[in-house]
Design a protein around this ligand. Structure first.
Ligand SMILES: NC(=O)c1ccc[n+]([C@@H]2O[C@H](COP(=O)([O-])OP(=O)(O)OC[C@H]3O[C@@H](n4cnc5c(N)ncnc54)[C@H](OP(=O)(O)O)[C@@H]3O)[C@@H](O)[C@H]2O)c1
Length: 267
């Protein structure tokens, strides 16, 4: 992380009350000039000792009125200064078989992971343009291919990829950047904050095997902003395999996922 790069910057972090967003916040707190924290409980972590200006805004991203209030508040406060980076990080997972996941779960997942972040980026674009800034979307490897047992989650993130890619191309000559980051399994509260197929809160154990820490992922996200060439950022072999096999051997990729994730969709 290049501290100099971040000095004087104004950023917005959605979902900084937990997990990856919280780790981004801790990395940037005291380094950037101003941080807007946007989530349903944004004040949870605040200390009074920060040298950055911290502005918490309560917002449920799945509610359009809440998102409009954030746009209007930030636009008023930053109209003469702009926004350097919007970390569109907040999100929920949703686990369940394709054929038993209720439509309300698809809708809630899309409202939170797609429509909320999309509208935020759209509404704040004049401020981001002012700074030739960046929108960084925390997606997932599950957004790179439809993952069994996670149809709602995968599709909501894949939709976000498309919208943010379209935006990137449209803004190509303006200096505004769109970075999509696809972390693998990371140790956070995602598996207890998400939804099951009927819309109840999940209560699943962390994934097995080697999983990332929130700080490792946060650092990679921050580094991706510093690199002017960042577009689609993946980690380790999980993202690499998804990207490569999608193109060259989708049949093999599907067989691997079938075996590896069988227990996630077999009941
Ligand atoms: N953990 C993983 O394995 C993993 C892997 C790949 C990608 N990701 C992605 O990483 C991002 C962060 O997730 P995490 O793993 O850090 O999970 P987390 O610990 O559960 O944190 C999720 C954050 O999103 C916020 N949030 C959830 N629903 C919201 C809503 N309706 N409105 C506003 N904010 C909301 C929560 O804040 P409030 O409760 O205060 O609203 C919380 O701060 C997500 O987009 C997720 O898809 C995670």
């Amino acid at each position: 992380m290049r501290i100099d790069y971040w000095k004087g910057k104004t950023v917005i972090i959605t979902g900084a009350s937990s997990g990856i967003g919280e780790a981004i916040y801790h990395r940037l707190d005291g380094v950037v000039s101003k941080i807007y924290l946007v989530s349903r409980k944004p004040g949870k972590l605040l200390s009074n000792s920060s040298t950055s200006t911290i502005i918490p805004i309560v917002c449920d991203l799945s509610k359009q009125d809440d998102v409009e209030k954030v746009i209007s508040k930030v636009s008023k406060l930053e109209k003469n200064s702009g926004i350097d980076v919007l970390f569109n990080n907040a999100g929920i997972t949703a686990h369940g078989r394709f054929d038993s996941t209720e439509m309300s779960v698809f809708r809630k997942t899309f409202e939170t992971n797609f429509f909320g972040p999309l509208r935020l980026a759209q509404g704040l674009m004049p401020l981001i343009l002012y700074k030739k800034g960046a929108v960084v979307s925390t997606s997932t490897v599950s957004g790179l291919y439809g993952v069994p047992g996670r149809a709602a989650y995968s599709s909501s993130k894949a939709a976000l990829h498309s919208a943010m890619e379209a935006m990137r191309i449209e803004m190509m000559k303006t200096g505004v950047r769109s970075i999509i980051v696809c972390p693998p399994y990371t140790r956070t509260n995602l598996r207890t904050s998400g939804l099951d197929s009927s819309g109840k809160r999940l209560s699943e154990e962390q994934a097995e095997g080697k999983i990332k820490t929130a700080d490792e992922v946060a650092l990679a996200i921050i580094n991706s902003v510093e690199n002017p060439n960042s577009r689609l950022v993946t980690f380790d072999k999980s993202g690499f395999a998804m990207k490569l096999l999608r193109l060259f051997s989708p049949r093999l990729l599907e067989s691997i996922m079938y075996k590896k994730l069988y227990k996630d969709f077999s009941n």
